[in-house]
Structures are given as structure tokens and as C-alpha cells.
Design a binder for this molecule. Structure first.
Ligand SMILES: CC(=O)N[C@H]1[C@@H](OP(=O)(O)OP(=O)(O)OC[C@H]2O[C@@H](n3ccc(=O)[nH]c3=O)[C@H](O)[C@@H]2O)O[C@H](CO)[C@@H](O)[C@@H]1O
Length: 362
């Protein structure tokens, strides 16, 4: 029997998009057809292309209720029309919304057409777009235990879906054009890079490892994902350090598969992926994240012994010491085991189970 199509509606940043990618892979493995819907020309379109997923782009507008901008309202309205026409044609059996403002046209249009919808919330608090879609959603799956604002009867904790794939270390290193001998450090802001990490980390690491990338008997190499728009500035900054590679956007599955430790922000996808791969983290939370949730995310990882949290204001004084603590193999092994204890493995299967339950009408 041919299984039906499930639509994944997503927008915003990598933190919303990669859980959708992970679900698409799982549903395909179970024999379903999938399609992603999101903003035309948005990050989701680029990621869908790289991941070989079928994508339908719609117009999307970000509506700031305190200062409505007519252009954005018009874009949002057009997006709803486009999403509705697409869903009418495709007739999916369910739509799963992952949040981000561009996920709204797909989810609300599905609800208007009577197509069952599920939501997945990646943070400890329900995002604005998810709140708008909450009323008619059959089930709200979550990464955290108790998410404020989700009615208990419809809440299902599944965890944070990540792309469950690991590469052999040598294969990952060769994909990223890195060498097999040195200790490998990943530096990665969120999905758009981090100007703060870009401006500060190269100098701090050069201070520790010099022009040659050496520390005692250790040689070190860095792969730093800086965000496409910062690439020229970053390339100029590290041009005389052969051990310091920069890229606009890194293949994260490869990077996590070969990193010995990583310096990152503390978005929930990044932390979940590090845990899945057992990579120790030095986390610098983004202070402007809603309700400072990145600090809360980072604290949980630190409490488990899987890394250290470094507030932005203490970067210069605390990061060098924290990096040196990650050099000895013993310390890294301990942190890596602690990271694995937080692994979200299985979350994507649980999410797919919830989708199937909704399809059966349970
Ligand atoms: C500024 C902002 O609103 N940030 C939020 C956003 O983070 P944002 O999406 O930036 O960060 P996350 O850490 O959650 O996710 C980043 C994703 O992009 C991937 N990646 C990143 C860089 C790269 O070069 N290659 C690559 O593949 C990572 O592997 C990860 O899967 O959503 C998260 C989940 O809702 C929130 O916790 C963050 O606070």
C-alpha cells in the first residue's frame, strides 16, 4: 500500500529546520512521502536542497504586533494563499509545524482545510508562532519535560530530534579537508554564525597555540563556521594561521563526527547534536535569546559535566583556561561520556510515532 504524504512546515533558523530534516528522513525510512514548506528563498530552502528534500516555498511576513508593517502583513497574507493552494493540491495526511514565523502559513492553512496538525517545540517555552497554532493542533510534541502553555492532555515529550548519522572520523576529516593527526576544535555560532565568536576566538586560540598551532606535544587544528556574510572578514583575520580553517557554513554531521571539543553558542539544536555525538562543549550563550534561554540550556549541560558555560563578558579571561582544560585526553573522555548521557537519540523515532498515532486517529 502506498503511504500518504506528510508535510513539514518550518522557518526561521537551523534550530527549527534541522529537526524537520531529521523527521523527514525518519518518515521516508518508514515509507512515507514528505515535503517541506517554508519561506521562498529562506534558509530552509537552501537546507532542503542540500538535504535532497522536496520543498515548496511560500511568501512569509514577520508580523510584529506592536508595530505592524503593511508590507510584512501583505507578504504573510500572500503566503497563506500560496500554502493553502499547495496543500489542496498535495492533500497530505498531516502537517507538522516546527516554529519560526515562516512555519505559520503551512500550519494554519492545514488547520483551515481540516488537515490534522502536530507541533514540535524545541525550547522550554512555547514560541509565538506555535502559540498561534496551538488551539487547533492535535498534539504538541516537545523537547523538554514541561513546556509552559501546552495543555497537558495534548503534550507529548519526545526530546530534540537530531540527524541521527555519524561518520567515521577519517571520512569526516577528509570531507572537511582537515588532517588526521591534530586535535580538532570546532567553533560554531548558531546557524548564522556569531560575530562575537568570530571577533574573539581566533585571537584567543592564537594566543594559546601560536602561529604553528602547537601546545606542548599537541598539534591543534580548528574548523570555524563563521556565517557566510562574515567569511571575507574572517579569512583575512586568520590568513597567516595554516591550522585555522574558516568556512561560511559547515556540514555539521561531519564536524561533530571529528571534533574533539567545540566552542559554541547554546541553541538547543547545537547542544542536542553535541550530546548525540559525545562532543564536550565550551558554551558562550547568546545573551539576547528570548528569556535568556541559552544560559538555561548551557547550565543544564554544565551541570551534567559535559562542558563549561562561559558568559560573554568573561570570554577573554575564562576561555583560554577552559580550552586548556579540554586538551588532556582523560578530561575529554569524561566530558564526552557525560555528553552522551544527555543524548537525544530516539527523539526522532518518538516524534514519527506520534505522527503515525495521529494518522491512525488514536
Ligand atoms: C538567534 C536565535 O533565535 N537563536 C535560536 C535558534 O538558534 P539557531 O538556529 O541559530 O541555533 P541552534 O543551535 O538551535 O541550531 C543551529 C543548527 O544549525 C546547524 N549549523 C550551524 C552552523 C553551520 O555552519 N552548520 C550547521 O549545520 C547546527 O548543526 C544546528 O543544527 O533556535 C534555537 C532553537 O529554537 C534557539 O535555542 C536559539 O536561541
Amino acid at each position: 500500500m502506498i503511504k500518504p504524504t506528510i508535510v513539514l512546515s518550518t522557518g526561521g533558523t537551523g534550530g527549527h529546520i534541522y529537526p524537520a530534516v531529521a523527521l523527514a528522513r525518519e518518515l521516508e525510512a518508514r515509507g512515507y512521502a514528505t515535503a517541506m514548506i517554508g519561506q521562498r528563498g529562506g534558509m530552509e530552502e537552501r537546507i532542503a536542497q542540500t538535504e535532497n528534500l522536496s520543498f515548496h516555498g511560500v511568501s512569509a511576513g514577520k508580523i510584529d504586533r506592536s508595530r505592524p508593517d503593511p508590507k510584512q502583513v501583505w507578504r504573510a497574507a500572500r503566503g497563506f494563499g500560496e500554502a493553502r493552494a499547495f496543500l489542496r493540491r498535495l492533500r497530505p495526511a498531516a502537517v507538522v509545524g516546527f516554529g519560526g514565523f515562516a512555519s505559520l502559513p503551512g500550519v494554519l492553512s492545514a488547520q483551515a482545510l481540516g488537515i490534522p496538525t502536530l507541533l514540535h517545540e524545541q525550547n522550554a517555552r512555547l514560541g509565538l508562532t506555535q502559540r498561534l497554532a496551538l488551539r487547533a493542533a492535535r498534539v504538541v510534541t516537545t523537547a523538554f519535560d514541561e513546556v509552559r502553555g501546552v495543555p497537558a492532555a495534548r503534550a507529548r515529550k519526545v526530546g530534540m530530534p537530531v540527524r541521527e548519522a555519524r561518520l567515521e572520523r577519517h571520512e569526516a576529516l577528509s570531507r572537511l579537508n582537515l588532517q588526521s593527526g591534530p586535535l580538532t576544535v570546532l567553533v560554531m555560532g548558531g546557524s548564522q554564525g556569531s560575530l562575537m565568536l568570530n571577533r574573539n576566538v581566533p585571537g584567543i586560540l592564537e594566543g594559546l597555540f601560536g602561529k604553528e598551532g602547537l601546545y606542548g606535544d599537541y598539534s591543534v587544528q580548528v574548523i570555524h563556521a563563521c556565517g557566510g556574510r562574515w567569511l571575507p572578514e574572517m579569512a583575512a583575520r586568520v590568513h597567516d594561521l595554516s591550522w585555522y580553517k574558516v568556512t561560511g557554513y559547515v556540514d555539521a554531521v561531519a564536524a561533530w563526527s571529528c571534533a574533539d571539543f567545540a566552542i559554541t553558542r547554546a541553541g538547543s539544536s547545537t547542544l542536542a547534536e553535541a550530546a548525540y555525538h559525545g562532543v564536550p562543549l565550551l558554551m558562550v550563550p547568546l545573551p539576547s535569546a528570548a528569556e535568556d534561554h541559552q544560559t538555561a540550556n548551557a547550565r543544564a549541560v554544565e551541570r551534567a559535566g559535559a562542558g563549561r558555560m562561559i558568559p560573554e563578558a568573561e570570554l577573554g579571561s575564562a576561555l583560554p583556561q577552559a580550552v586548556l582544560e579540554c586538551i588532556p585526553q582523560g578530561a575529554r573522555t569524561r566530558m564526552s561520556e557525560a555528553a552522551r548521557s544527555l543524548s537525544p537519540a530516539g527523539a526522532v523515532q518518538r516524534l514519527a510515532d506520534e505522527v503515525e498515532r495521529v494518522l491512525r486517529g488514536d
